[in-house]
Each structure stands twice: as C-alpha cells, then as structure tokens.
Ligand binder design. Sequence first.
Ligand code: HEC
Length: 171
Amino acid sequence: MTLRIPTIASTILLATVLLPAAPAASQDAVAVAVPFPTAYRSWAHVKSMAIVEDKHPLFAAFGGIHHVYANALARTALQKGAPFPDGSVLVFDLLEAPKADGAHTEGARKFVAAMARDEKKYAATGGWGYQAWGGGEAKKPALAKASDQAGCHQCHMQVAKTGFVYSQWRR
Ligand code: HEC
C-alpha cells in the first residue's frame, strides 16, 4: 500500500505527543487504558518500512526502521479485509537505522506504539485506544491522559476507509 503523506502539522503533533508530557494541570486526568503489548514479538509481522532521509515528511517523528505486528484477531481482519473486532491490537515498533558500509541495520529501539480495539471504551477515537512507550519500555508510556489519544487518531483518520489502519497485509 502506498503510504499516504500526512500533513506537516500532524507530524509536529506526533513529535509533541511522543515527547515526555509536561506536568500540566489538567481537567482530563483519565489514564490511557491501553496495556503494553508484552507478547508482540511473537505476533504476526505485517510489514516494515525504513524512513532514512529527512526528505520524507515523517522523518522527524518516524525516522528509522519500523515493523508492524498484529495479534491473531487483527491479523485475521487484515487478511480478510474485514472490520477489526474488539480485542484486535496492532503494534508499530520503531528502531534506529544506522548506516554503515552501504547497509542500514537495526539500532536502538525508539518507541513501541500500539492501537487496541474496543469500540465502546475508545469511542472518542473511532474505537481505537492509542499509546506509545519510549524506548519500548512498559514503564514509560508517552501519553499521560486519555485525551492525548486524539493526537494519534487525528492522523489515523486519514485512513478511515480501512478502519483507521494504514498497514495492509503483505503476502
Ligand atoms: C503524522 C501522522 C501519524 C500520527 C500523529 C500517528 N501515526 Fe500511527 N501511523 C502513521 C502512519 C503513516 C502509519 C503507517 C506506517 C507504515 O505504513 O509502515 C502508522 C502506523 C501505526 C500503527 C500500525 C498500524 C497501522 O495503522 O498501520 C500503529 C499501531 C500506530 N501507527 C500507532 C500510533 C500511535 C499510538 C500514535 C500516537 C502516539 C500514532 N500512531 C500517531 C501515521 C501517524
């Protein structure tokens, strides 16, 4: 699938969203409910992509190599092109991609991001709960409160036609 190029504004938004949250007073202190996807490295690999030059609009936010994983429910939905049932989870695993001797290799993990499907719980963001963890560390969630998920969803709304999911199953 062709990667749709999101707007610069939403790229900046992502960068903001992934920075450690400033301890600001907030009326919405509800924590993001998405749990760290502990087992994702044994899930189905959907696709990978390397963004290695700043001429790509997402370089600032997504520079490196990323792999997308799907749990069993999400994998079946992707393969069938069917709606994602509650319980579906997709993971975006971003690593540095240092270049040496003509090759880009996998470097340190930048973050792990997840989308978890629950139509009722995450009704405000199209039925998807979003969270990201700096360095892929379960104890370092990037989104402090439920309303922060809107920053993720705003970009994913560009692919509303495919259930807010960019990645397609590659045979
Ligand atoms: C600037 C736009 C943008 C923002 C903001 C954004 N994403 Fe994404 N996201 C993308 C794109 C584009 C892809 C597809 C990457 C590919 O094709 O390899 C993607 C892919 C994903 C995937 C894999 C499933 C899929 O849709 O392909 C997950 C999980 C994900 N993002 C989570 C998040 C989370 C969590 C946040 C907020 C912390 C977030 N995203 C914010 C653009 C964005």
